[in-house]
Design a protein around this ligand. Sequence first.
Ligand code: RIB
Ligand code: CA
Length: 310
Amino acid sequence: MAHNILLDCDPGLDDALALLLAHGDPNLVLVGVTTVGGNVGLQNTTRNALQLREYLKFPAVPVSAGAAEPLTREVRDAAHVHGAGGLGNVVLPEATLPVTGQHAADFIIDTLRATPGAIHLVATGPLTNIAIALEREPAIARWAASFTIMGGSYTRGNATVAAEFNIWADPEAAKIVFAADWRVTMIGLDLTLQAQANSIVVDRLKTLGKLADELIVPLATFYFNPNMPDWDGQAVHDVCAVAYVARPDLFLTQPARVEVETAGEFTSGMTVVDFDAPAPNALVATKLDVNGFWAYVESVYARVAVEHTA
Ligand code: RIB
Ligand code: CA
C-alpha cells in the first residue's frame, strides 16, 4: 500500500537526497513539499526545492515556503556544511514553476485537514513550520497518519556537543512539537550516523550514470569533516527519516520521553531522552539495518536514474 508523504525540509545536501527517495519510491506518494530556513536561508532552501522538483520531474507536487527565521532565536545556518547555496557544488537549471504562495504552515494544516489519517508528515529541518502549524491548528497532531523527524540525539550533538542542528536551530519550536498530541518518531544522530555514504556505497552510486554524476554523488560527498577521527563518509541524515516511513522494518525504535532543553547555557537544543519514562511521547530510533538501508535506497535511486539517461 502506498504511503502519502508531506515533506518539510531545508534543502540541504541530505534533504535533497531525501526528496529524491520520496519521489522515487513507488510505494511513496509525495503530496507536498514545504520549506524552512535552516541549512541555508529560506530563499535558498526554497529555490533548491523548486529546482529539484523540475530536475527530478515531479512538477505537479506543490511547494510552499515557510518560516525564514526561528520562533524567537537568531538565525543560525549550516552553510559551512552544505555550501552557501545549500546544495554543495551542484548546479541545477533555474526553476520555471513557482511556490504556491501559501505559507507552509497553512499548507500543512489544509493538506492534513483534507485527508485526516492519510498523510505521513516528515520534517528534516528545523521544526519552525511544524510548530507554527500546531499553534494555528493543534488538530494536525491527530490528522497526521504519523510524524517523523530527522533531529535530536540521545548521546552527542553535532551543532554543539549537546545539540543536533535541527533542534538547536529552533529549540522553542522543537519543544512545542514534542509537547503536541502525537507520538513523534525521532530519527536522531544516533541512528543517522549509521547511514554514512562510505567509499563502497559511493562507488556503487557512481554506477547510476548521469543522475549520479550530476546530483547524487556530488550531494553525498560534498562535505568532509577532518576533525572526526572515524570519518567514514557523509551521513545521509534526512534520507533516514523518509526511509523510515517506507521501510520501518529497517529500524529498531524504543518508546521514550523526549524533552527539549531551551534554557541551558551549554545545552540549549539538547534532546533529553528518557527510555524509562512512564509517559513516552516519542519513538526513538536506535539501530539501522545498514545493508538493508543501502540496498533499499540504491534500488530507488537506480529506478529514478533510468529516467535521466538522455
Ligand atoms: O543534523 C543533521 C540535520 O541538520 C540534517 O537535517 C541536515 O540537513 C541539517 O539540516
Ligand atoms: Ca535537513
